[in-house]
Design a protein around this ligand. Structure first.
Ligand code: HEM
Length: 137
């Protein structure tokens, strides 16, 4: 579905539910869209705030990132996913920010739905896997 957005895809699934094998109610679609807004807004703004904070605390790296953005944009004219990949300083700054200040806990706890072997031991079904929550200090 070239040129289609998330809502187009969800409505298409709803309309062709028998063919696709998934049925989505109007409420399901509303919940998915709300989920996307909640998951995608606070996380991104927190990540941006911390990235700017860390760069302000490290003026040398701030200058590296600024120079890099100017040189890449100067060559390509506009920002695309491809040009962002070329920005190694910017990517490193964002990754370091995720390491220092993860906007959300990593590896939320999960429950095994069936007995599975993990590291040579069987984990019984319906037992919680230990969460490895990472908080930011
Ligand atoms: C800096 C930005 C973001 C961070 C740090 C982040 C972090 C996370 C984390 C840690 C999880 C849980 C992963 C897991 O334990 O399985 C998650 C799940 C999810 N995120 Fe993000 N997220 C970000 C941006 C977004 C955006 C922009 C969207 C959508 C527009 C989004 C949608 C979701 C959804 C739908 C899930 C649930 C996936 C699933 O359980 O199948 N996130 N995110």
């Amino acid at each position: 579905m070239e040129g289609s957005d998330l809502i187009d895809v969800l409505l298409n699934v709803q309309e062709n539910d028998e063919e696709i094998g998934v049925s989505l109610s109007r409420n399901n679609i509303k919940a998915i869209i709300l989920d996307m807004f909640l998951a995608g807004t606070d996380t991104v703004s927190t990540a941006l705030d911390w990235t700017m904070t860390e760069l302000m605390k490290n003026p040398k790296e701030m200058k590296n990132v600024q120079d890099e953005i100017r040189s890449v944009i100067g060559t390509h004219g506009r920002l695309t996913e491809e040009t962002i990949e070329k920005m190694t300083h910017l990517n490193a700054a964002i990754k370091e920010t995720f390491r220092l200040h993860p906007p959300a806990p990593l590896l939320r706890s999960r429950i095994y739905l069936r007995t599975v072997p993990v590291k040579l031991q069987y984990q019984p079904a319906y037992v919680s896997c230990p969460p490895l929550s990472v908080g930011s200090a």
